[in-house]
Design a binder for this molecule. Structure first.
Ligand code: IYR
Length: 222
């Protein structure tokens, strides 16, 4: 197939000062994001969620296959099922499956198998990776770098929700197979993670942990 090109639309050229200001402003916003486990039950307008998912859908992806699906669970009976299924897996994780080393790594976060937010937060977003696509005639289309692509899209989604004033929690019940059934997703989709979102409870607490400075996470070669 012959590629078709169009002019790059909407590119904004900034002078260096403006660029530095914008980079700093984005960092100052990003560093306020915290993973939140205590949610308010206050409703959040669904349009906000949809626009954040639209933003996630702009992520780059292998061969532009856009191998993601975002399944939104609003509050209702499904949420009770989700909580029950996730807590069942988590109980096994914390009580028997997790090696001591993993439990030690989680200790500073104060997490346990109790996940009330799965039922009370206004939205849960089940994020799925399409390992391959399915054409209308049933043939399979190969997807490239599907996991990386969905990881990038998820990063944009978390940033968009944070920018809109919503807190998030990246939750990874393990194993996550039950998510296909509850979200009614087909077999070519693999659960990637469950994103909890809403406003934080007014008394929400977060663990006292630090982020590494630039020197630790960045190096330079010439
Ligand atoms: N899935 C469990 C355990 C857990 C694992 C990691 I890695 C975390 O950063 C946090 C929790 C849970 O959600 O409690």
């Amino acid at each position: 197939m012959k590629p078709e090109f169009i002019p790059l639309n909407g590119y904004r050229l900034f002078d260096t000062d403006t660029m530095m200001e914008r980079a700093k402003a984005f960092y100052n916003l990003a560093k306020l994001r915290r993973t939140v486990r205590d949610y308010s039950e206050k409703p959040v307008c669904r349009n906000v969620i949809d626009d954040c998912i639209r933003a996630a859908g702009t992520a780059p992806s292998g061969a532009n296959m856009q191998p993601w699906h975002f399944a939104v669970a609003e509050r209702g009976e499904i949420r009770r099922q989700l909580r029950e299924a996730a807590e069942r897996e988590e109980q096994e994780f914390y009580e028997s499956k997790a090696p001591q080393e993993w439990l030690d790594a989680l200790a500073p976060l104060g997490t346990d198998s109790n996940k009330p937010f799965l039922e009370t937060a206004p939205y849960l977003i089940g994020i799925f990776v399409q390992n391959f696509g399915i054409l209308p005639d049933g043939r399979r289309v190969k997807h490239y770098y599907a996991t990386e692509s969905v990881g990038i899209a998820t990063g944009i989604l978390i940033s968009a929700l944070h920018h809109a004033g919503l807190a998030t929690l990246t939750h990874t019940p393990s194993p996550m197979g039950f998510l296909n059934q509850i979200f009614q997703r087909p077999k070519n989709e693999r659960p990637f993670l469950l994103l909890v979102t809403g406003q934080p409870d007014e008394n929400a607490l977060v663990p006292k942990i630090e982020r590494q400075p630039l020197e630790n996470i960045c190096s330079t070669v010439r």
